[in-house]
Write a protein that binds this ligand. Structure first.
Ligand code: TRP
Length: 325
């Protein structure tokens, strides 16, 4: 059985780009009987950038509700809050002491953030060590991540190897799983869909607002009559990521034939989103209004996560010559 682990920061409600690019493929993987999936909400990592406590709490619930609403089976797998398993902070400290300073100083995500952000805190610097603790605390063997996280996974592997070389086999050396097939999901302005570009589509919005954000996708100024190039159109690119082959081909024909305006294309995309996410939208709105039910769901995952993590932390304490609690 493969133990698969991944985390999403609680920095906002997951958008269409997160859903198509990361969450749906991860949920697909979690359906395999051979896999046990640990998906967690990285609320401790969100502290590096977000200071508003209410926003964090709401985002944490939003991420949890989205995972469940999209079909993640929390009876077979684990969904939990990173911060509710406090052993991760303990392991974080141990791992800090096995992490060469230059390795963190040279991490490109840190360099990038420290150039860009005004708040360059030590948490940003040691971010990859906490990520290593997230992974190693649960003996995870596979970690699905986006391309931007590859270096963080290499750092995790280096730290684990260093520890194992010193104390003998302790940690499982995890592997990153990068889905090469996942296309970049374009945002409403054509750049990669991202919270930081404010070009995202939130599929959990009420119908009217969702429609408004789909209708706001930027296109060129071709008239209704003119034939259009589907492959350079953001609306088509999004449609293609969600539609079946035959739906997509049908829309392609309409673009090429002309007498089909961008307004028509956007309406088609909106209708497809409504159809594809109909169930997820209604699940989500029920869950987000019932935080006590969400708490129950999360606590179930957290109980299971504590069992796995306490075994690992006991193993580590033993190796380090610390007493067993
Ligand atoms: N750093 C990841 C991101 O921003 C989130 C994350 C935190 C994570 N801990 C993790 C991902 C452990 C995978 C495994 O996308």
């Amino acid at each position: 059985m493969a133990r698969i682990l991944t985390g999403i920061q609680s920095t906002n409600i997951p958008h269409l780009g997160n859903i198509i690019g990361a969450m749906l493929p991860a949920i697909e993987m979690s359906k395999n009987k051979e896999n046990e999936c640990l998906f967690f909400i990285a609320d401790l990592h969100s502290l590096t950038s977000i200071k508003d406590a209410t926003f964090r709490k709401n985002s944490t619930y939003a991420v949890a509700a989205a995972w469940i609403a999209l079909g993640f089976d929390i009876d077979k797998n684990l969904l939990y809050r990173q911060s509710n398993i406090t052993a991760v902070c303990e392991l974080n400290w141990y791992l800090n002491c096995f992490t060469p300073f230059p390795m963190l100083a040279n991490a490109h995500s840190f360099k990038d953030k420290s150039d860009r952000l005004s708040d360059v805190n030590a948490g940003l610097f040691t971010y990859p060590v906490l990520m290593a603790a997230d992974i190693l605390l649960y003996d995870a063997s596979i970690v699905p991540v986006g391309k931007d996280q590859i270096q963080h996974l290499e750092i995790t592997r280096d730290i684990a190897l260093k520890f194992n070389n010193t104390y003998g086999d302790t940690f499982i050396i995890p592997e990153a799983r990068i889905d090469e097939q996942v296309m970049i999901v374009p945002g409403t302005d054509g750049q990669k869909m991202s919270k930081s570009y404010n070009n995202f589509i939130n599929i959990f919005l009420p119908e009217k607002e969702l429609k408004k954000s789909v209708m706001g996708i930027i296109t060129d100024a071709k008239s209704l009559e003119e034939p259009k190039n589907p492959d350079s159109c953001n609306v088509f690119k999004l449609y293609q990521l969600l539609g079946t082959k035959s739906q997509t081909e049908e829309l392609r024909e309409k673009y090429l034939t002309g007498n089909f305006g961008y307004g028509h294309a956007k309406t088609a995309l909106f209708e497809l989103i409504m159809e594809k996410f109909n169930q997820a939208r209604s699940n989500y709105s029920e869950l987000i209004d019932d935080t006590s039910l969400l708490e129950t769901h999360l606590n179930k995952g957290e109980e299971k996560a504590k069992i796995i993590s306490s075994e690992v932390i006991t193993r580590v304490r033993g190796k380090l010559g610390l007493s067993i609690l």
